[in-house]
Write a new protein. Sequence first.
Length: 302
Amino acid sequence: MAPVIPGFDYRRVPVADGVSLNVAVAGSGSPVVLLHGFPQTHLMWRHVATDLAADHTVICPDLRGYGASDKPAADAADAAGGSAADGAGYAKRTMAADIVALARALGHDRFALAGHDRGALVAFRAGLDHPSVITHLACLDVLPTLDMWDVMRGTTAAVGFHLYLMAQPPGLPERMISACPDDFFGHFLDLWTGDPTAIPAEVRAAYLDACRAAVPSIVADYRASAGVDVDHDRADRAEGRRLTMPVTVLQQDWGAALGYDAAAVWRAWASDLEHSTVGYGHFMAEEAPADVAKALRALLAR
């Protein structure tokens, strides 16, 4: 049986036609939604979620296409436009709408939102598309999609080889990854972890099991970030749209490695910004959960 977050209730919640999300909920008080990244599930928030549940309603879903949530075909109709070739079925606009619908179904018209990695891109899009709904926003260890592609160049871009692999048209990436899924997804769990003990064996196995069963949808999520998501970010930048809520960003020092000013990138999108460079590995909610929970509480107090 897959691990669960202790003390959390689990349910499936319909959020769109033919799409229900697996979600863990606990606590009471002002709502906070926590979105996981790659190659993980909602379990990555297990320590932070139990901490925050002491005085908040904490909602931890598996994103569309991940974990125990539904995995619609990549070319399924949605509000984002586009086609399977650019991943429209997994546009961050569509995935953000899932989260707004999820919170509303649980009785929350407004909520704070924190995301890590892929979940942070969904959170970013939710903040731009639903500014009256998202009260506070936290993004952990990402850049907005448009900026991410701008800083990936030269040999340093090799660190993001998976971005380019999964950006390819439908077919080849799915077959390549499906040929050795544990090697592929396990590579990132090993490479990006500063403290290997932060992801115990049973949790690692749950991540690999979940990813192995979701190769087409995970690839579609990444493909969208090389297609329709870029279009949406570019349109927002051209229109001068910015995040209007308090924003906290925690990042490793990728700017030093790749040659850009991460705080400046985020300031272009957010006026009320707290940006911190941290010394943890990528999976910071598991490696330093007390620090991450403290940062989220500070955000919620702004």
